[in-house]
Design a protein around this ligand. Structure first.
Ligand SMILES: Cc1cc2nc3c(=O)[nH]c(=O)nc-3n(C[C@H](O)[C@H](O)[C@H](O)COP(=O)(O)OP(=O)(O)OC[C@H]3O[C@@H](n4cnc5c(N)ncnc54)[C@H](O)[C@@H]3O)c2cc1C
Length: 310
């Protein structure tokens, strides 16, 4: 156990004797793309799938809350930190696997691996289908949980199956058994995605590369990628765009503490350098209130708020 302050004794015992690296009061800001937030009370990196199951079981028995952190690219961690256990899968918990099919291939990767690893596999194997994931930061577990995507497509379209760890063990679940909607996959309670299998197809590799290059260039032009952010803050309401609605109520560029509604894209909030989570949460609440007042539309945050907000 490392860390400036010990977690409560009963909490820190959850990791005892397991194949994990654990640290108390682990700062979350460096682990999230917004660079805000307090500390994880107990931060655990399991080194084996068995350790994940054991942790889930112990957390359930002890009644301790458990949060799974991926790349933190869609996470707003509260300034008061995350109580209980925060679990982060290492990127290299599993080797990549590929199974050739007549018309494509199945690619299986660890859920803790970066999304870009899938894109690399697509390039290496000469497969196509997941171009829309190319510019999205974070892990494959996060992409699954968020059903990440763009106007061009979403994770569910290339998902084949997911291997889930629960307190009761490990098993594969087919895509057809999961309820997946816009920016959300309903995973069973206390479930952690361990591996994700994607079904890719044979196709025009040159067109695939050109589409990814065009997407990355578009992102550079239209998104404030040089400041800490979490991508789109709100889901787009049916038939409209959150950014357009926020801009229409005059909030583009609005600043609260160290956070600002981006001047480049009103559905993005950027950290100017010293933002607190409460600044970001304050801008979210302000945008929701103003947009609702003006249009009756309730903006639903896409960013996952976790932990204690002060
Ligand atoms: C610059 C930028 C651009 C972005 N562009 C897009 C975009 O175009 N489209 C888009 O959809 N998103 C976009 N995002 C948001 C983000 O990249 C995606 O939501 C991504 O899928 C988040 O992955 P993550 O690993 O960082 O998730 P995290 O933020 O760590 O977690 C998100 C959610 O997933 C859950 N989760 C993570 N791993 C697991 C696991 N192994 N098992 C179970 N649950 C898990 C977490 O508990 C949490 O609820 C962008 C973000 C940034 C910073």
């Amino acid at each position: 156990m490392t860390g400036p302050a010990l977690a409560s004794r009963s909490l820190s015992r959850l990791a005892d004797g397991l194949a994990v690296e654990a640290s108390a009061q682990e700062p979350l800001a460096p682990k999230t793309s917004l660079r805000v937030g307090g500390a994880a009370e107990l931060f655990v990196r399991p080194r084996t799938p068995d350790a994940v199951v054991a942790l889930l079981r112990r957390a359930r028995e002890a009644g301790q809350p458990l949060h799974v952190l991926g790349g933190g690219a869609n996470t707003l961690a509260g300034d008061g930190g995350i109580p209980g256990l925060t679990l982060k899968l290492p990127a290299d918990l599993f080797a990549e696997e590929h199974q050739a099919l007549e018309d494509g291939g199945l690619v299986t990767l660890g859920a803790g691996a970066a999304i870009v690893r899938l894109v690399n596999q697509m390039r290496v194997r000469g497969l196509v289908g997941a171009e829309f994931l190319a510019g999205i930061p974070g892990t494959l577990g996060g992409a699954l949980a968020m059903n990440a995507g763009t106007k061009q497509g979403e994770c569910v379209q290339v998902l084949d199956a997911v291997e889930l760890a629960t307190p009761d063990g490990v098993g594969w679940v087919a895509r057809s058994e999961l309820a997946i909607s816009y920016r959300h996959t309903a995973l069973p309670p206390h479930a952690v995605a361990l591996r994700v299998r994607f079904r890719l197809r044979q196709g025009d590799v040159e067109a695939s590369r050109a589409a990814m290059d065009a997407d990355l260039a578009y992102r550079k032009r239209t998104q404030p990628l040089n400041q800490p952010n979490c991508g789109s803050v709100f889901q787009n309401p049916p038939g409209d765009f959150a950014g357009r609605l926020i801009e229409s109520v005059g909030l583009k560029g609005h600043t609260l503490g160290g956070a600002r509604i981006s001047e480049l894209h009103a559905n993005w909030i950027v950290n100017l350098g010293d933002a607190a989570a409460r600044d970001v949460a304050g801008l979210i609440a302000l945008a929701q209130a103003r947009v609702h007042e003006a249009s009756g539309i309730r903006l639903v945050p896409e960013v996952q708020r976790v932990g204690v907000f002060t």
